[in-house]
Design a protein around this ligand. Structure first.
Ligand SMILES: Nc1ncnc2c1ncn2[C@@H]1O[C@H](COP(=O)(O)OP(=O)(O)O)[C@@H](O)[C@H]1O
Ligand SMILES: [Mg+2]
Length: 328
């Protein structure tokens, strides 16, 4: 059953120099309990996609298309209704947990308040649940007092607090936006393991935004690669990794070690492709990757390729000249 469907999602932000089209028609469908990954260079619109689903876009941003979650178009909900969805039904963990934690409230109080608001339980029950959730994420209440403030914790511990908040509210969908990028490598692995365990135990659907292709290969059923506000290659993870079709995606994945399909392999990050992602205001009607593409042809500078089906069902790429599967 489809839990989340983005249908032609667009996000425009008016600027002094014109309207910046940040997201340009994102289509994506996630089933209940399914885990999918979103990858792509910085500035491609990954976070904007997550924020659009959460109803947390910048104030001036204008969203178009549909975000259907559990049968409702979230873009049509008013703020009080969206507020109920946020937290209770969709949880999010951010790259920098301090952006989501209140610096002047103890961690125990923040977890408990979120619980009482979203699950309507009493104080004593919320406190017991808070302790249980803290214990589950490795913040043993015997050692980590719920009376600590966020600034008294390390980055990894703060991320555990965020995960405890999500866990306690039991949303149907967890969006994790580069949840470990700001952390030490060893802590990164622990936090990702925890996120995966929690999502597994609770049956949550997971939308994981990450630079770590090893993680996507290991845990995501489907992967979406974004470039310049669009999805340029998408499909079941095994099909995409077996046949990288789009030159951008091949560039990203180039230095990827073979062990990437091994869940134990870690730290395989995106490689650098010469050039940069075009600014949203500079986007042309051509292929947005044309200026950086080693295989560019005249047609690529004249029109924009749509996502087209490749060799296998649901594996699609937006390129006029995708790499043929036979050359693998
Ligand atoms: N508050 C904002 N106002 C205007 N443009 C923004 C804002 N936040 C991000 N952007 C622009 O939106 C685009 C997508 O950003 P983002 O979704 O954060 O990328 P990613 O998460 O893939 O790194 C970028 O071009 C970025 O500069
Ligand atoms: Mg981001």
């Amino acid at each position: 059953m489809t839990l989340l469907a983005l249908e032609g999602l667009t996000v425009d932000i008016p600027t002094a120099d014109g309207v910046a089209r940040i997201l340009d028609g994102i289509d994506l469908a996630l089933d209940a309990g399914e885990w999918q990954g979103i990858v792509g260079e910085s500035g491609c619109g990954k976070s904007m996609t997550a924020l659009a689903v959460m109803g947390l876009l910048p104030e001036r941003a204008i969203a178009g298309g549909r975000i259907v979650f559990d049968g409702r178009d979230l873009l049509t909900l008013d703020e009080p209704a969206m507020c109920r969805v946020r937290g209770a039904e969709i949880g999010m963990i951010f790259q920098e947990p301090m952006t989501a934690l209140n610096p002047v409230k103890t961690i125990g109080r923040q977890i408990a308040e979120g619980l009482r608001r979203t699950r309507g339980i009493g104080r004593a029950e919320a406190e017991a649940e808070t302790r249980r959730a803290m214990g589950r994420v490795g913040l043993d209440p015997a050692r980590f007092s719920p009376d600590l403030y966020p600034h008294q914790l390390s980055g990894g511990q703060r991320q555990r607090v965020m995960i405890a908040m999500v866990l306690a509210r039991r949303p149907k969908l967890l969006i994790a936006d580069e949840p470990t990028t700001a952390l030490d490598v060893t802590v990164q692995a622990e936090i990702l393991k925890l996120v995966a365990e929690i999502a597994d135990e609770t049956g949550m659907a997971l939308l994981l935004i990450t630079h770590d292709l090893g993680v996507v290969a290991a845990i995501a059923e489907a992967v979406h690669v974004m470039y310049a506000g669009r999805i340029v290659e998408t499909g079941p993870t095994d099909a995409v990794f077996a046949h990288l079709a789009h030159p951008y995606v091949r560039g990203l994945f180039e230095a990827l070690p073979k062990e990437v399909i091994d869940p134990g392999a870690r730290g395989s990050s995106l490689t650098a492709i010469p050039g940069r992602v075009p600014d949203p205001l500079e986007r042309s009607p051509a292929c947005a990757f044309a200026d950086r593409c080693a295989f560019v042809e005249a047609r690529c500078r004249a029109e924009r390729p749509r996502l087209e089906r490749l060799d296998r069902a649901d594996h699609r790429a937006a390129c006029f000249y995708p790499r043929p599967a036979v050359s693998d």
